[in-house]
Design a protein around this ligand. Sequence first.
Ligand code: HEC
Length: 442
Amino acid sequence: MRTIKPRNLLLLTACTLSAFFSRTGESAQPPLAIKAGLSAKKMPASVAFGKVTSALSALLPEFSVNLDKSLASSMKKRRDFAWKIVAKVFAPIDVTSSAFTGTIPTWQTWYGEEDFQDIYAAYHKAKATDPATGLGLLKVKNLNRTLSSKNLGKTLKQFERFKKVKGLGTNPLPAPGTGFVTYSPGMIEHMLKSATNIAKCNPDDYPADQKPSTAKNTWGLCLKAEFPKDGVMIKTRWAKLASGIKTYGTTATDMETMWNKSSVGQFASSGTTTPSTSAMYTVTDENGAVWGLEGMHISTKDIRLWTWVSIWWSNSPDSDYGADRPSTVAAALPSLANYKMCIASDFVEKDSDPSSHYRSSDKTKSLADAIDKVKSLANGSQWCANPYLETSFSRSNCVGCHQGAGVNFDVSATTQNRVNGIPDFVYGFDNIKEAIETENAK
Ligand code: HEC
C-alpha cells in the first residue's frame, strides 16, 4: 500500500531529497515503508520542493533527435516515451527525518496553484526581479494543504466549463470530478519570469490568424517565451474509495460505443467497485479518508506542442491501453500496474499504420484492436482522452482543445485552428493571471 498520510509528515527543513531527475539510469528504487504512529497533533507537514534539473527527453537520449517528428510518426515511439514519462514523474523521492521516513512520488513535491500564489506574493513583496531566486523565497511545500479533503475534493474547473457547452444533444453530463493541478519548478520559474507579460495580456490582441513575430515563440504570446523544456504540468482526479470507484472499459468495442454515444464522444461507466489500497494509488486526508487516483494528465514541454499523456485506473489493467506497460512503471510505484495510458503529441496521426507495432504479439493484440478502431473513427487526427477527465468530450486529442487556452473552449476541436497561442496551451493561465493581478493590486 502506498499511502501518504499528511499528519505523518513533519516540517522537514533538513530532509534529504534526492531529486530523481538528477539520477541517471532507468531503474527506480523500491519505495521505502512509511513509518506509522505519529500523533495527529504534530506540526503541519512540509517537504522541500522537488527539482527537475533537465527535460525528460534529455534523459532519454534514444528519443532526443527530432523528437516531435519521431513521436508523431510512430505510435510505438510515442507510447514508449509516454510510459517513461509516467515512470519519471512517479519516481520515488526519498524523504528522511526523525518524523517521517519514506518516499514521495516526484510530482507530489511540485507546485500547486496555491503554492504559486504564495510564491508570487513573496516575490512581489520582496520586489524581486530574478525568477531563479524567486523560487527560493518559498522553500517548503505544505503537504497537509495538498492532501486535504478540501483540495482533493475541489471540483475541477473543466467541469464548470462543461456545463456551459451548448448544443451537444441529450446525453447527461457526468457528475463533476474533483482534484487539483500541479506544475514543475521549471514552469513556476517561467511564470515568474513572465509575470509582467501575463498581467498585461489581452487575448484580443492576438487574432487566430495572426502570425507570431518570431518563430521562436509561436504558442506563448502572452509569456516572455514558450515554456522551457523542463516544463511539466499535471492534473489529477481523485475519489473516496469508500464511495466506490466507477469503472470504464477501453476495448475496441468500448471505443466505438464511446465515439458514437454523442457528437463529441462519451464514455459510459460499466459499474462501480471498491479496489483494495494496493490496487490503486491512494492518499489519506486529514480525517483519515482514503482517496484513490482515478485519472491523471501529464503534459511535458519536451516538444513545442507538448506531449499529452494520460493514465486512468482500470479493473482490467493489462489489456488494450495497458497491454504494453513496461515493468519500469510499477517499479516506480507498484500500484501503477493498475493504470492504462494514452498519449497525443500532435494534431495529426502521422503513423500510417499505428497498430502494426502491436499486432503480432498475443499480449498486445487488444491494444492493436483498440488503436485500429480509433484510427477508423478519428479521421486522421491523433486521439487521447481519459474516461475520468474528458468523460463526455472524449473524441478529443488534448492539444485540439488546449490550443484555445486563454481564448476559448472548443470541446470538439481536434485539428489545428489557429497559428498562435496565448499561454502556451495552459488553461490554468487564467488562474495564474488572476493571482498575479490580485497581488499586484495590493
Ligand atoms: C474539452 C477541452 C479539453 C480537453 C479535450 C483536454 N483538456 Fe486539459 N484542460 C482543460 C481545461 C479547461 C483545463 C483547466 C481547468 C481545470 O483545471 O479543469 C485543463 C487543464 C489541464 C491540465 C492542467 C494544466 C492547465 O492547462 O491548466 C493538464 C496537464 C491537462 N489539462 C492535460 C490534458 C490532457 C493530457 C488531455 C488529453 C488526454 C486534455 N488535457 C484534454 C480542457 C481540456
